[in-house]
Design a protein around this ligand. Sequence first.
Ligand code: URA
Length: 239
Amino acid sequence: MSLERIDKILTSQNIATRSEAKALIRKKLVKANGLTVQRPEEKFDPGETEITVNGIRLEYKEHLYIMMNKPAGILSASRDKCEKTVIDLLPQNMQRDGLFPAGRLDRDTEGFILITDDGELAHKMLSPKSHVYKLYEAECDRILTADDVKYFSDGITIGKISFLPAEMKLTGEKTALVEICEGKFHQIKKMFQSAGAEVLHLKRLRIGQVFLDNKLLPGQWRELSDKEIMNLLSREHGI
Ligand code: URA
């Protein structure tokens, strides 16, 4: 862990804006290891220092890991000039610098999106080499059959693009669960399209071994527990 300016530490933890942090320091309300911080330029190791603000101990988190139930109609991007993004759905005090959605869901896709500022974990979670499976629920415009299950399990090639074998489980006449460990552009829709079916509704239910919390309504979010953060990278799979 490296040394960081105290005002930056307070800002990164959403305790205050930069100017509010400076004001807190000026009012002698910030302490580091029991000693009053005198200037915003003072540097500390945030992981190793007991920082208090107005007597309340700061629980330093190096990274944030947020599970959101993405609603349809919202972009999975950090920022957009014209449209609302998943980051915009977070309250202001959670909108830390560096947060991004790890992996894209199409605008009309719903469900589990991870929002984090941990680039290393996101890279591992998204790389097909990591074999982290993502589970989707799809509703199609035609009746799905055992032939579709077999078609997906053989792996699909469309022109120059190929998709690894994927497990599918039929859950209704026109609905199925599909598990993939790649994240190619419009992958699930393209796989169904190549089987002659159009996806009418798509929702991501699980990443690794972490299920979307069914208490989260579209647009709602919560932080992940330490156990869930670990389970994001689980290679276990199977429907
Ligand atoms: N596959 C798709 O086609 N769309 C998504 O949003 C995610 C996976």
